[in-house]
Design a protein around this ligand. Structure first.
Ligand code: NAD
Length: 255
């Protein structure tokens, strides 16, 4: 398998690992021999992800963690380091869309909730991960931004603002640690078939048609296609790549 030997014995911490993109990425790294710590608020599905990893002989920790609460983030990271001795890679991926609405119809509560989870959650994870990585001599971080972190979208101003902020955070922190051994990038998915997409589309044929219309490639993406990009960004093959937002989006953001 491509990159197979890169991740043997490595330790990866994944937020939002209970479902969708996080689960697919966790399974890909586990297949490649990494130990995986899954941090999520959804304990039941997180345990399901862990069980799938155990079934393929992987080493896994399932941790209940709300990424918007720093004490929970710190505790989950401490448990990861206690269990696996270090932290080589962090995939900050927990996130959620907003209620679909034009900007002026977006409530203040919705605005704050969307920024809190997508931006503050990513920041809280990063600042605790970076401290561990600096102390151990380096590490790699990949954040999940979005196509909506690169271009504007209809009826999603809070989400797009949040994901653009994730890009700003990724680029700026990448500069801060560029010479200190912590390499930081982001992945920018297009429309990927996960629970989030099903929720946004209303899971109706018309809703899914609308999602498809965003994608020049004429199909939706699969979580595994994001997992491969995260693996590449986390590998030595991407060693000269910092502060990048890698679009894996069926062409959504290319024009
Ligand atoms: P998903 O709903 O399948 O997974 C999201 C996970 O995040 C869930 O397991 C959920 O429990 C977890 N989560 C939510 N709030 C949390 C919190 N406070 N603390 C910890 N975990 C929390 O959705 P997905 O599509 O796999 O989303 C993963 C990431 O990809 C998100 O950041 C999302 O914004 C981004 N993204 C998704 C798409 C898409 O089309 N699916 C496109 C672009 C970006």
């Amino acid at each position: 398998m491509y990159l197979q030997d890169e991740f043997k014995g490595k330790v990866i911490f994944i937020t939002g690992g209970a479902n969708g993109i996080g689960r697919a990425t966790a399974l890909s790294f586990a297949r490649a021999g990494a130990s995986v710590a899954l941090a999520d608020i959804d304990e039941t599905q997180n345990e399901m992800s862990a069980q799938q990893i155990r079934e393929i002989g992987g080493s896994v920790l399932s941790l209940k963690c709300d990424v918007t609460v720093e004490a929970e983030v710190k505790s989950a990271l401490d448990k990861t380091v206690q269990a696996f001795s270090r932290l080589d890679i962090a995939f900050n991926n927990a996130g959620k869309y907003q209620r679909i609405a034009p900007a002026a119809d977006t409530t203040e509560e919705e605005w704050r909730r969307t920024l809190d989870l997508n931006v503050t959650g990513t920041f809280l994870c990063m600042r605790n991960e970076i401290r561990i990585m600096l102390a151990q001599g380096g590490g790699i971080i990949v954040n999940t931004a979005s196509g909506a972190g690169l271009v504007g979208i209809y009826d999603g101003a809070a989400y797009a603002a949040a994901k653009h902020a994730v890009m700003g955070l990724t680029k700026s922190a990448a500069l801060d640690y560029a010479t200190k051994g912590v390499r930081i990038n982001a992945v920018c998915p297009g429309v990927i078939e996960t629970n989030m997409m099903r929720e946004v589309s209303g899971n109706t044929p018309e809703g899914i048609e609308k999602m498809l219309a965003i994608e020049p490639i004429g199909r939706l993406g699969q979580p595994e296609e994001i997992a491969s990009a995260v693996m590449w960004l986390s590998s030595s093959k991407a060693g000269f790549c910092i502060g990048h937002g890698l679009a894996v989006d069926g062409g959504h953001t290319m024009h």
